[in-house]
Design a protein. Structure first.
Length: 163
């Protein structure tokens, strides 16, 4: 598990730009999917009212249900916080990538005339270029926040109605 986690975070936080590294949007969506699964698994394990695993070490002084609740919080809270930090680092890496590309624009524009179209000269050109990608990113982030909220609420309602 540790090796898989190290491999995943090495891909997620890779400073290389595409095509050598993963696309920035794919990294962001990957982090969001992982945090949603952590929330789902952690909330299910934390909020249930019956013990799923009967075998626990009685030397720790915890009942099976308490042990599973502590495990659920461990899955839910710390891992979600780590993923939030990773998502922030992905955003920072995305910003650094855009800054590197912007700072290298003069060298890129000397290579071909079509490369000059990549870099807007006026505010209106910039608005035309970034309106759709910014709208799509905003919708994706809004949908991700809504899905996390919905998963937690549906899980809590389901666990409360079963218990």
């Amino acid at each position: 598990m540790a090796a898989a986690g190290l491999w995943y975070f090495s891909l997620l936080l890779d400073p290389r730009d595409p095509p050598e590294g993963m696309r920035r949007g794919a990294r962001l969506l990957s982090g969001i999917i992982v945090i949603v699964s952590n929330i789902l698994l952690g909330s299910l394990t934390t909020l249930k009212e019956i013990a799923l695993y009967g075998a626990t070490d009685q030397g720790a002084g915890l009942t099976p249900l308490t042990d599973e609740t502590v495990g659920g919080y461990t899955i839910w809270v710390p891992s979600s916080m780590i993923m939030i930090v990773a998502i922030v680092l992905v955003f920072n890496g995305w910003n650094r990538s855009e800054e590197r590309r912007w700072n290298a624009r003069h060298a890129l524009m000397r290579q071909s005339n079509s490369a000059a179209l990549e870099f807007p000269e006026t505010a209106e050109e910039l608005r035309l270029k970034v309106t759709r990608p910014n709208r799509d990113l905003g919708r994706t982030l809004g949908l991700a926040a809504f899905s996390m909220f919905a998963i937690v609420m549906v899980t809590a309602i389901t666990v409360a109605s079963l218990g």
